[in-house]
Design a protein around this ligand. Structure first.
Ligand code: NAD
Ligand code: DAU
Length: 334
């Protein structure tokens, strides 16, 4: 296949780009290289991809790359961090909504294969205990990030309905694994624990997330690209929501660090208590199953971050320190 991978220098896009190159695809990457994007994330395959630094909101750039010979555009480009969307939501609406509209227009006009929009389980909002959200559940996003992703999903479905645009949507749970920017829970706490710094756990730490290793997510996206039906939505999940505190304790155990590093701090505003989605559809229709249990995935992730301290140093400059000061500096004890 010939693929345009937008946002291919972020954590999931770069893992996906490498995965597709290894599978023999021709891969073009378009990425703005924001604070979260690093071309080096593609290092093992960088020589094998065509890399363009640019903005998915820029119609000229996108129209130049979305051509009829493409089999698919896979869109990972986004502002992806909930806490940042609480500090300032401007870039979230711009990239996550306007950018997707530019991609949809280009796909529709060019007649290229299809657009796979990589979305999130957060569009469903919180799920009650013992319940799961299916692909037909209502969209009730809580954060500016989640609402920008829900808006993009609705645009994709509206283009499908109105113009017949070949679109697919996936909604995955929390990812973890190599090259994840250390603003997200697992790499942030790894970075801090390795330096014996306190870990700011929000609220009572009993919020539940369903963690999926990025490799399993990439295999799921490949299955959707290969056999998914246009106009369909596919949830992707490991299927075992876990309270944050347990994940953090497991991390500390893996690092041989004490639980006393955990500090309960003021909760995230609008913090969804629990995410849980039903992933029966992708399992039954496309034969996908996750392969990496959380314990194995955490062990591998800890090893990767321990072995890649130079990567952590390279991606955490003064902008990262300013962000941490703004978010955690005055945060009260819970
Ligand atoms: P990330 O923050 O690691 O990477 C995002 C990438 O998009 C970066 O390389 C950045 O430079 C690029 N980008 C940002 N704005 C851009 C623009 N205007 N034009 C071109 N490139 C731009 O994000 P991620 O965690 O890899 O997430 C990828 C996608 O998957 C996102 O759409 C996110 O909503 C979705 N998702 C993420 C998770 C998760 O747990 N990380 C789970 C489910 C879905
Ligand atoms: O569910 C999928 C989503 O998962 C993706 O769409 C998002 O792009 C991705 O960022 C992620 O969102 P979360 O908000 O769930 O991820 P995050 O790693 O920020 O937080 C995970 C949990 O840990 C959440 O309940 C908040 C909590 N947390 C997070 C941070 C950064 C803390 O307790 N302390 C922290 O410092």
């Amino acid at each position: 296949m010939k693929l345009l991978v937008t946002g291919g220098a972020g954590v999931i896009g770069s893992n996906f780009g490498a995965h597709r190159v290894e599978a023999g695809d021709e891969v073009l990457v378009l990425d703005l290289l924001t604070y979260a994007g690093h071309a080096e994330n593609l290092a093992p395959v960088l020589a094998d991809v065509r890399f363009v630094q640019g903005d998915i909101c820029d119609k000229g750039t996108v129209d130049g790359l979305v051509t009829s010979d493409l089999d698919a555009v896979v869109n990972f480009a986004a502002e992806s961090h909930v806490d940042r969307s609480i500090l300032d939501s401007g870039d979230f609406v711009r990239t996550n909504v306007l950018g997707v509209q530019v991609l949809l227009d280009a796909v529709q006009r060019s007649g290229c294969g299809r657009l796979l929009q990589v979305s999130t389980d957060e569009v469903y909002g919180p799920t009650a205990p013992r319940q799961v959200a299916t692909e037909r559940s209502n969209l009730e996003p809580s954060s500016p990030y989640a609402s920008s992703k829900a808006a993009a999903d609705l645009l994709c479905l509206a283009f499908r309905q109105t113009h017949g645009t070949p679109v697919l949507i996936t909604r995955c749970t929390n990812n973890y694994g190599p090259h994840q920017y250390p603003e997200k829970l697992i790499p942030l706490f790894l970075l801090r624990a390795m330096a014996d710094e306190e870990l700011p756990l929000y609220g009572d730490g009993l919020h539940e997330r369903d963690w999926l290793h990025v490799e399993d997510h990439c295999r799921a996206l490949s299955a959707v690209l290969a056999d998914g039906k246009d106009g369909e939505v596919y949830n992707i999940a490991y299927g075992e929501p876990v309270p944050n505190r347990l994940v953090v304790e497991a991390l500390l155990h893996e690092l041989d660090k004490p639980d006393t590093l955990i500090r309960s701090v003021e909760d995230r505003p609008g913090h969804d208590r629990r995410y849980a989605v039903d992933s029966k559809k992708i399992r039954a229709d496309l034969g996908w199953e996750p392969r990496i249990p959380l314990g194995t995935g955490l062990r591998r992730t800890v090893a990767w971050y321990r072995d890649h301290r130079e990567w952590l140093e390279a991606v955490t400059g003064p902008e990262f320190d300013q962000y941490c000061a703004a978010l955690y500096g005055d945060r009260k004890q819970a």
